[in-house]
Design a protein around this ligand. Structure first.
Ligand SMILES: Nc1nc2c(ncn2[C@@H]2O[C@H](COP(=O)(O)OP(=O)(O)OP(=O)(O)O)[C@@H](O)[C@H]2O)c(=O)[nH]1
Ligand SMILES: [Mg+2]
Length: 451
């Protein structure tokens, strides 16, 4: 549309492109005022439409350079851990810059394990002295929780919550709402006004933890404690965020989390977290990867669907080690069965028809360890029949089963990329990540007709 100014002294010769049309002859003052107002309004609307179109174009240009990946799977399947591996691979410097925040999470994991044990063994008279020595850790837990939850004043009380009732034989978890408090923890470090108060809190917590480190180590190696935990049916070694074997190192004042520690740290995701990464290597600096990391527990799953329409790939995680476990949110449901059901639902989604599918059968290390200790797979998965109870056969069986579900339930023929993973093993996961990256890029090119 072209706007032509005309002289205030009166109309000039009209052209076919002239807009708005010339004023009618004999126009009164009032009619002129009304006409000018209408023209101004039309111009305003036109400009706002042009602006909207320009924004759409910008968004389109941006999206062409973006690969969007949705991580799905039940709680504790390893979604956030795989995401950490992607961060480490795509943007290692940005990932290492977060070490400080992960230290607080690891400290909280450790302190919660200790406080949990003290709660479970609260009736043991012989441990009275130990309980007193370790009692300052209650305060440390509160300080760490406060430091992490204070990131968002809008829901400061609820950012970090008790996720698991302790009577399930598990230490309670730390959970994070979308908006990720640990990142905010970092941001606040850079904020001069709040840095002092917050780092004071974290520093005090670190000092108390350091002072208690020998007591923690001796509590953990105490035979009365171990016997009592066994009697209560509590096995912390098998639980996420377990750092008691490393207590002396983790609680040391100079402790710097290793990459392996960061991968083992547990922070439950609530809601959907968006992580934007620009590849620091591979010579594709302009390409952005956007990962959506979702909370996997049942109550969280409704929030996944809005993302289905808009992603290039889904990474579905299943913990192979979950065959003899139940969901924390519904203890009548076997976790592997829950994963099968979830997978079937995801495969049959019409919204995901054109999406690249990647399946990660995770926690291979724990599966192996469980089978080696003689836990029977067929006892929990009847359809396994009389195949050998070893890692090779069980993991192959699981691959076959997931592939068959995918073939049967997908609305169209689609390639499925399957990988067996141990997401806390940086080296083997790096190879898998490269393969996933390449598969997603190739599929994107095919679907945009570049190949
Ligand atoms: N041993 C072992 N531990 C793993 C593996 N993958 C993840 N973990 C650990 O399992 C715990 C749970 O992993 P997360 O990545 O937090 O699980 P998630 O799927 O994001 O869970 P939600 O956020 O609750 O949905 C973490 O403490 C990880 O360190 C694995 O392959 N082997
Ligand atoms: Mg998570």
């Amino acid at each position: 549309m072209r706007w032509t100014k005309f002289s205030s002294s009166g109309p000039v010769s009209p052209s076919i492109e002239t807009w708005p049309p010339y004023p009618p002859l004999g126009e009164t003052e009032l009619e002129r005022a009304v006409r000018l107002e209408e023209e101004r309004e039309a111009k305003r609307i036109s400009e706002s439409i042009d602006h909207g179109l320009e924004l759409e174009q910008q968004e389109l240009r941006k999206r062409r350079n973006q690969t969007r990946v949705l991580l799905l799977g039940q709680s504790e399947s390893g979604k956030s851990t795989v995401l950490k591996n992607f961060q480490l691979h795509f943007a290692p410097e940005a990932f290492r810059a977060e070490t400080e925040a992960w230290r607080a999470v690891i400290h909280l994991n450790l302190v919660r394990s200790v406080n949990f044990i003290m709660d479970v063994l609260s009736g043991q008279e012989e441990l009275r002295q130990l309980r007193m020595q370790l009692s300052p850790l209650r305060q440390v837990e509160m300080m760490l929780v406060k430091s992490m939850s204070a990131s968002d004043p809008s829901h400061s009380a609820s950012v970090v919550e008790e996720a698991t009732p302790w009577f399930y034989g598990r230490a309670s978890e730390v959970l994070v709402r979308g908006g990720s408090s640990w990142k905010a923890l970092l941001r606040r470090r850079k904020d001069k006004q709040t840095r002092q108060t917050r780092s004071d809190d974290l520093e005090v917590a670190r000092h108390i933890l350091h002072a208690c480190r020998e007591d923690i180590a001796s509590m953990w190696s105490n035979s009365i404690v171990q016997a009592a935990l066994l009697e209560e049916g509590v096995s912390l070694q098998e639980q996420a965020g377990f750092f008691l074997d490393d207590a002396a190192r983790v609680a040391d004042l100079d402790y710097e989390p290793s990459l392996s520690d960061i991968l083992r740290a547990r922070l439950q995701t609530i809601g959907v977290e968006e992580h934007v990464m620009t590849a620091e290597k591979f010579g594709e600096a302009s390409r952005q990867w956007v990962f959506y990391d979702v909370g996997g527990s049942r109550g969280q799953r409704a929030s996944w669907v809005p993302f289905f329409e808009d992603v290039n790939a889904i990474l579905f995680l299943c913990s192979m080690a979950a065959f003899n476990e139940v969901l924390l949110e519904d203890r009548s449901v076997n976790r592997l069965l829950d994963s099968f059901n979830l997978w079937r639902t995801i495969c049959s989604s019409k919204l995901l028809k054109m999406t690249t599918f990647v399946l990660l059968l995770n926690k291979s290390d724990i599966l192996k360890a469980k089978l080696e200790t003689g836990i029977s797979f067929v006892r929990y998965v009847k359809s396994y029949k009389d195949e050998p109870n070893d890692y090779e056969h069980v993991s192959e069986y699981l691959q076959r089963k997931f592939i068959a579900y995918h073939r049967h339930y997908s609305p169209n023929q689609r390639q499925l990329h399957v990988h067996v993973t141990c997401a806390i093993d940086i080296d083997t996961t790096a190879t898998v990540i490269t393969r996933i990256r390449d598969a997603i890029i190739v599929n994107n090119l095919i679907s945009s007709d570049y190949l």
